[in-house]
Design a protein around this ligand. Sequence first.
Ligand code: CAA
Length: 454
Amino acid sequence: MSAKPTVGVDDVAAYVPKLYLDMEEFAKRRGLSVDHIKKGIGMLEMAVPDTYEDAATMAANAALELLKKNDLKPSQIGRIYVGTESMDDKSKPIASKVVGMLEEVFGQGSFSHVDGVDHVFACIGATYALENTLDWIRSGRNRGKVGVVIATDIAKYDLGSDGEYTQGAGAVAMLVKEEPRLVLLEEAVGTCTKNERDFFKPLERENPVVDGKYSIGVYLDAMKCAYLNFLKDFLKIVKLEPNEAPTDKADYLAFHLPFPEMATQAAAYLFIHDWRDLPRWKEIEKETGPLPPRKNYTVEELLTEEYRQFRKRFTSSTQFKEVYSKKVYPSTIAGRRIGNSYTASLYFSLLSILETQRAHDLVGKRVGFASYGSGCSAKVFSGVFAEEYKQVSQSIRLFEKLDTRKRISFDDYVRLHESKPGSGDSILQPQNEYAIVKVGRGETDFGFRYYKYV
Ligand code: CAA
């Protein structure tokens, strides 16, 4: 039997809305502490979609850029899978809208052969779509074709709620194929799935119902469960030296970021678990005092003041700060200027590493990925940067896109927040991009969104 192909992400294209709100202005207008929002939550800027865009236009814009820069023909593509929780329809997937929008440029019917479907599980849907597409290629069922996986979301909460200051939006389209030039995804994957009520969107509500603090505990608990399952596979591919922890084998860690400082909490929880039985822990305890005993390993235990205070001391320890600044912080830099983008946030974390670490040679360096979707499910997996990563990543230009956005006022932000997509009255005029041009009001097209490349 022939060896399984090496598969992963060959190239990526990112789309971020061209408008942003400065979080200092947000904090002042909401009467909140600027330090709380910028340091405690980690939000510097919030990406804000204009009225002509939605998760489908963002997905199509990212996909079009990906296809164009790789000179891909529709016949080379076998599937377009979307991960999202921002769908506007209970039946029709965003994948079919993307096909329609791409066909406007590539020709009517040019994508009719592709598999197209959405994967929905809060912020982890795109990771399921990616894993599924990697397995499709590994199995040979792709018959020489490549896959396009798109993560696209608009994170929107009620005005005035705690979640409001974590909002954001964006899309990342990934070209998934054999012998990838960007990042090779290893086969070790650990999953955890539970029935939780930390964050959900009942059909009768536009915005999510959130138990904010509890959701942090559920995130941490599910992530650890996925990590333990990941180690069962991972420790078959790597050999730990004495006194080495599994996370020592990763050069970078990329987390799902519901808000940027979540990475500090998640990294702390992971490193406490990984380091507490190693000789280095003695040094750490000199700075932090002893780790509070865990009794039942419940989510509630993670949220106690005693545990929170210990975590705070741990994140101030010399060893944590050193490892965090090298391995974790680089992946959070983009998220601080975008905000939560649900399914796309983990993949913006990957782009953040690529764009902020240009001074380093990343060939062969390993990234540990931690994906989370409320409700809930977590997946931990790993990847290694490929030989040609540097050349490929030149064209991502995420920070250039962030730098050229238009800053809007708090009042404009509130108006856009309350506007329905396709309602007109946009801040910018769409240019060289997909946009919603009409929302049907007839008997047979009521609520149907019409899109056009303008
Ligand atoms: N100066 C500096 N720091 C300050 C400060 C000030 N004046 N005031 C507060 N802070 C710090 C706090 O000390 C705290 O830091 P530590 O964690 O180190 O103690 C930090 O700011 C945040 O404090 P909060 O009490 O505001 O926030 P929190 O961390 O308890 O939670 C939240 C905020 C409840 C999560 C809120 O943002 C929220 O409801 N968000 C929406 C839901 C969410 O993001 N959940 C996350 C997990 S669910 C998920 O991952 C899926 C998803 O995408 C939604």
